[in-house]
Design a protein around this ligand. Structure first.
Ligand code: ATP
Ligand code: MG
Ligand code: ZN
Length: 529
């Protein structure tokens, strides 16, 4: 059997079949409709986005004997000859292999002769940036005074290498990189026609890996078909590309949003079975976090892609501060991954670090007195508690006025419902004074790195909202003997820990176990409840 690669087999034959590039297709069809064709076009854009394809369709449309809604008919002799590559009046040149000036002269020598078959002689010069300087000059002469029966279609990935004199004589169209969603749909369509089974997750992976190029996408699809023995499954594509499907990555982030350490470790276990490149998985996580951050700041900032829904869901569950923090941890984690004893444990540590350093938003009030502790002997790993996180509403949304508590700073922090770095800053400050005009806080110099215009503005806004006045926030960085809520919290934690250790040591049952069975309490496993 003669196997034709998908990219060639499925090259669009008319404008309607072209995926994306609407801006180009529309202008060209308009020009055809009003018979206002320019004598030279330049198509630019990265590899495999349709430059050659659109140029050939245009060549066909210019000469087609029976245009259908300004689309080549596909049936007349011109269309058929052109599709089969034997249309005499289309002169295709790969400039990459014919860079010399003699080549260009040879080519242009025939320009003045009338077309054989069609109305126009079309010169399609691909990779035109490869022409030598002399060749460009030769071309320029013809471009300046082209015979009326000639059209030039130039294509290049690198328009910067084309002399401006040439550029200025062409109508330039810049083709866009294709969105993963567009590539995905085209793959789905082609596989349907080819009657090849596939999994959605597999095609999503391939569409992402195509990195904006339809040709690359279809070549990867060819490989995947061979690799999977005629079937395209996510697992095999993952193995082929060395990447993990998007779903496990999304699941990981969801578990992170849930603050569920057990689920995170479970997922990593699942992923590990696919023997992935963990640094690649981390990259995928970073990419998703980046997109979440974008739509949190500017809804609609990212293209509506096949995973837009998932991104939006995560964006509403994570605070912007958390997203920034995770991104930073992931970014730095990437650097350290090689230093870990093995990639998996390194990856696990990065994920757990995200969980550990995530600011807890609605914890119990730091000012509450320490509760009596009940202690347990618990030898397994500690699972951080799932904090409840609320998505920041835009400042303009008016919430019902919060019930005002007294001037206890720790309680005010809780009542203001701030999170992330803003809360960190507040927790490390001591309230010196607050009235309707000014709120003065004191920050220990050891924590001055918490200060930033953004966090201070957020804190000021929260205070204004809380007090219902437009007060000004002043933070003085100086030493103070008063405990900040953060210090109170640490002290309280230490007290509870000591109480728990105490409770364990004085527990009768434990004493009996020690005595009779030589039991010993493992240090570090006692935690207060
Ligand atoms: N916009 C598109 N719509 C549908 N298929 C496309 C599109 N762009 C590229 N393809 C597919 O990719 C193949 C290669 O496209 P084409 O030759 O037009 O790319 P190109 O932009 O000229 O790339 P290069 O810079 O590598 O020459 C086509 O045969 C087609 O299968
Ligand atoms: Mg091309
Ligand atoms: Zn035709």
């Amino acid at each position: 059997m003669n196997y034709q690669v998908l990219a060639r087999k499925w090259r669009p034959h008319n404008f309607t079949e072209v995926v994306g590039q609407e801006h180009v297709v529309k202008s060209l069809m308009n020009a055809l409709q009003h018979d206002r064709l320019h004598h030279a076009y330049l198509f630019t854009g990265t590899r495999g986005v349709g430059k050659t394809t659109i140029a050939r369709i245009l060549a066909k449309a210019i000469n087609c004997q029976n245009l259908q809604d300004f689309n080549p008919c596909g049936e007349c002799s011109v269309c058929r000859d052109l599709d089969e590559g034997r249309f005499l009046d289309l002169i295709e040149v790969d400039a990459a292999s014919r860079t010399k000036v003699e080549d260009t002269r040879d080519l242009l020598d025939n320009v003045q002769y009338a077309p054989n078959q069609g109305r126009y002689k079309v010169y399609l010069i691909d990779e035109v940036h490869m022409l030598s300087g002399h060749s460009f000059n030769a071309l320029l002469k013809t471009l300046e005074e082209p015979p009326p029966h000639v059209k030039f279609l130039l294509a290049t990935t690198d328009p910067h290498k084309i002399p401006v004199t040439v550029l200025s004589r062409c109508l330039q169209f810049n083709l866009k990189r294709l969105l993963p969603g567009q590539i995905f749909k085209q793959m789905e369509f082609i596989l349907q026609q080819e009657q090849i089974e596939s999994e959605t997750a597999a095609l999503k992976l391939l569409a992402r890996a195509a990195d904006g190029s339809m040709r690359d996408g279809l070549s990867l699809l060819d490989q995947a078909i061979v690799f999977g023995n005629g079937k395209v499954s996510a697992e095999q594509v993952g193995a082929m590309l060395g990447t993990v499907a998007q779903q496990p990555v999304d699941d990981l982030l969801t578990a992170l949003a849930d603050g569920d350490a057990a689920a995170i470790l479970n997922k990593i276990n699942e992923i590990a079975n696919l023997t992935p490149d963990f640094s690649d998985v981390l990259q995928q996580i970073l990419r998703v976090l980046h997109r979440i951050a974008l739509i949190q700041q500017v809804p609609g900032a990212i293209d509506h892609d096949f995973d837009a829904e998932m991104i939006a869901a995560l964006a509403s569950r994570l605070t912007p501060e958390d997203v920034q923090l995770y991104y930073q941890i992931g970014l730095i984690g990437q650097r350290d991954l090689d230093l870990a004893p093995d990639p998996r444990s390194g990856f696990e540590m990065v994920m757990l670090r995200m969980l550990t350093f995530r600011p807890v938003v609605q914890e119990q009030s730091p000012a509450k007195p320490a509760q009596a502790s009940r202690a347990i002997v618990k030898p397994e790993v500690k699972t951080p508690q799932a904090p409840v996180v609320s998505f920041h509403k835009p400042e303009s949304v008016q919430e019902p006025a919060i019930e005002r508590i007294d001037n206890n700073w720790a309680e005010m922090i809780v009542a203001m419902k701030i999170g992330g770095m803003t809360r960190e800053l507040a927790n490390n400050c001591v309230l010196e004074n607050i009235d309707d005009k000014v709120c003065t806080l004191i920050l220990d110099p050891g924590h001055k790195q918490l200060r930033s215009a953004v966090t201070e503005e957020k804190l000021q806004n929260a205070l204004r909202h809380y007090r219902g006045t437009s007060l000004k926030l002043v933070i003085n960085t100086e030493k103070t003997t008063v405990d900040s809520p953060a210090v109170q919290l640490t002290k309280e934690r230490e007290d509870r820990q000591l109480a728990a250790i105490d409770a364990i040591n004085s527990d009768e049952n434990i004493q009996a176990l020690k005595e009779h069975f030589d039991a010993r309490v493992l240090p570090g496993t006692i935690e207060p409840v």
